[in-house]
Design a protein around this ligand. Structure first.
Ligand SMILES: C[S@@+](CC[C@H](N)C(=O)[O-])C[C@H]1O[C@@H](n2cnc3c(N)ncnc32)[C@H](O)[C@@H]1O
Length: 201
C-alpha cells in the first residue's frame, strides 16, 4: 500500500458560492500524487470547475456551462478510452437525503450509477478518482490504488477520495484475482451501500 495514496489530507473549506465545490487546494494536492500536467481530465459532475484544453466538464445544469451538457451517467457523446483521468464529484445522495434535488434541482444520483460510463471513457492505465462520502468498491476492470480521507475543518463531514486505475486491456481478468469484490459483482450491497448521513456537499 503506497502511503501517498492512503493517507489523510487536511484541506481548507471549499470557497465559493456554488455548493459542493472541491475542497481548498484539492486539485493541488491531487497534482502532488498524480502529476496532472499534460493529462486530459474529465470532471464528471464538473460544476464550476475551470475548463481549458486539458480540463473538460460534464454537468446536467446548463447554468455552469459545462463542456458536455449531459447526464454524467450517459456519456454516449464521448468515445471509449478518451481521458487520462476521470474525476467524479457527484452529489452525495443517500437513501435518506436527496442532495441532487435539494442543492441542484436534479434527479437523484445513486452511488455507483455513474461509474460504468466513467470507466468506459477512461484510457487503460488512467486513474478514476471518485470524491464522495463512501469508500467505493472497485469498478470492473480497475484496481484500487488508494483511499484518501479528506477533512475540511471542524463540523464538516469527512470526504473520501477513492482512486482506481483502469487495467490494461489484457489484464481485465486480473481484477477478479485480487480477492477484492468489484462493484459489478452480484452482491446485496453493490448498489445500496451503507447509509450515509450528512449535511451534504
Ligand atoms: C458536488 S457538485 C460538483 C461541484 C464541482 N466539484 C465544483 O468544484 O464546482 C455536483 C454537480 O453535479 C451536477 N449533477 C447533478 N446530477 C447530475 C447528473 N445526473 N449528471 C451530470 N451532472 C449532475 C450538479 O449540477 C452539480 O454541479
Amino acid at each position: 500500500m503506497d502511503p501517498k495514496f492512503n493517507c489523510l489530507w487536511a484541506c481548507s473549506r471549499p470557497m465559493g458560492q456554488y455548493r459542493g465545490i472541491y475542497p481548498g487546494r484539492f486539485i493541488e494536492r491531487l497534482n502532488e500524487i498524480i502529476p496532472l500536467e499534460g493529462l486530459l481530465i474529465l470532471h464528471q459532475f464538473g460544476g464550476t470547475t475551470k475548463q481549458d484544453g486539458f480540463n473538460h466538464t460534464v454537468d446536467i445544469n446548463p447554468g455552469v456551462s459545462p463542456t458536455y451538457l449531459t447526464d454524467a451517467r450517459e456519456l454516449g457523446v464521448i468515445p471509449d478510452n478518451t481521458y487520462d483521468i476521470i474525476l467524479a464529484d457527484p452529489p452525495y445522495d443517500s437513501q435518506n437525503v436527496n442532495y441532487s434535488e435539494k442543492l441542484y434541482g436534479c434527479k437523484q444520483v445513486k452511488p455507483y450509477s455513474f461509474m460504468k460510463e466513467g470507466v468506459r471513457v477512461l484510457k487503460h492505465g488512467g486513474y478514476y478518482c471518485i470524491l464522495h462520502q463512501l469508500v467505493y468498491k472497485k469498478p470492473d476492470g480497475c484496481e484500487r490504488v488508494g483511499v484518501i480521507a479528506i477533512t475540511t475543518g471542524p463540523n464538516m463531514r469527512i470526504r473520501v477520495l477513492n482512486i482506481f486505475k483502469k487495467l490494461p486491456k489484457t489484464d481485465a481478468s486480473a481484477s477478479q484475482q485480487t480477492g477484492e469484490h468489484s462493484a459489478g459483482e452480484k452482491s446485496e450491497n453493490a448498489n445500496s451501500p451503507a447509509e450515509v448521513v450528512g449535511d451534504g456537499q
